[in-house]
Design a protein around this ligand. Sequence first.
Ligand SMILES: Cc1cc2nc3c(=O)[nH]c(=O)nc-3n(C[C@H](O)[C@H](O)[C@H](O)COP(=O)(O)OP(=O)(O)OC[C@H]3O[C@@H](n4cnc5c(N)ncnc54)[C@H](O)[C@@H]3O)c2cc1C
Length: 435
Amino acid sequence: MQYIIIGGSAAAISAVESIRSLDRESPIDLFSDEETPLFSRVLLPYYVAEELSKPLLNFRTSDFFEENRVTAHMGVKVTGLNPKTKIIKASDGKQYSFDKLLLATGGKAIIPPIPGVDKEGISTLKTMADAERIYNMKGSRAVVIGAGSIGVEACISLTRRGIKATLLEQLGQVMPTVFDAEAAAIVQQRIEDLGIEVFTGEKAVKFTGDKRVTGVVTDSRELPCDMVVLSVGVRPQIELAVQAGLTIGELKGIRVDETMMTSAPDIYAAGDVAETHDIARNAYFLNAIWPCAFEQGHFAGLNMAGRKTVYPGSYRRNSIGNFIGIPAISMGVTHAESCAMVSDEDEFREIRVRTKDSYKKLVLKNGKIIGAILVGQTQKSGLMSILLRKQVYVADSIPLLMSDRLSFMDLLPILRRNADQFSEPEYKELMDTGL
Ligand SMILES: Cc1cc2nc3c(=O)[nH]c(=O)nc-3n(C[C@H](O)[C@H](O)[C@H](O)COP(=O)(O)OP(=O)(O)OC[C@H]3O[C@@H](n4cnc5c(N)ncnc54)[C@H](O)[C@@H]3O)c2cc1C
């Protein structure tokens, strides 16, 4: 059996570990067009902030490939994939054949078509090369365009490094896909308290400067700056999948079945590139976060190595607490109206509680949690997450769930009543850890 893995990040490494848990012998060849192996992308903002050095970004030790007998082709891009002959072409000029292949090609940062976007001093923050570019940029003023999670983290990282940063967002609030307006207002206040200027509902229309960027012109003002970080989203890297004729979903990710296999036999996909079942939305979705990539890589690896294992699906979860100084977590669907699958029979509810220093919101569909926002007090986010993941009926326990004093003991009756929704090890772990 010859395995080929394209990509070298969360989904890819997790798949290697799963394959090796079942198959110690067969050759694995891994290709990554990034030069640096085994770094965690999640930690790049800390590198930009000069808080973590490069070796500390690694999420596996440097002997990982040797230990797992993986031939790693770092800095090599896979340029062609033929699902019929089961051969790939790579940028080293060679061809490689496979029995099982994983596409773990992740996402690509979107470059908005703003005039002047190719000037020096403008960068996305996606790859290690991007992080190094931003790290090495000189100057004292930055503009970050896009206030999603990565934009907010980038902006705060630059501030921590002593750079005066401005955050620009064309929608009406920060972190629009993560928080509702009320939570976003709290988060924005915290960002501003750090000395960052935030402009929402304002669009960048032009970059000024000759060779190097010297400013951002918006539809309301001009912001002088020495550097710009673009953070307007990522899109799945599906070029190889398109070329190979694999089925692409409505959200432009690679469609996979419950074993993470694509529409072509023996070709699997996992991570940011894959469109998978979303538990909260009950639909295919792209959940471009590290834990989902890791889980999906795990299930893909087991199935590639011959153990049929059904992927239960994922849901989005984001936390920004480490950056803004107060805990702030969001999971699943944050607005009932954003559910694409609304049907006449479905009943949606949003419940909110705001206190002086906290905000809590639950989104329920037919009495089950499909989304939650917790700001200020997040101690019980693990429990909320379990209730969402397992789609436990909670409509009769709302006052309890919204209470500040919610404890594991309070939830025991609900969990016991729904014990059949947990596998035996899951239920035991829950009872043992009291999450
Ligand atoms: C700055 C930043 C901060 C983040 N913070 C968080 C966070 O706090 N929490 C969280 O959950 N998630 C976070 N994320 C998202 C998280 O990093 C991703 O969800 C995760 O890395 C996805 O893993 P992946 O394996 O699917 O793909 P990726 O990490 O995108 O890796 C795919 C790899 O495949 C390579 N590749 C693509 N095409 C080819 C090809 N043809 N040939 C060879 N190699 C190829 C790419 O260059 C890349 O190295 C963050 C992302 C960024 C950029």
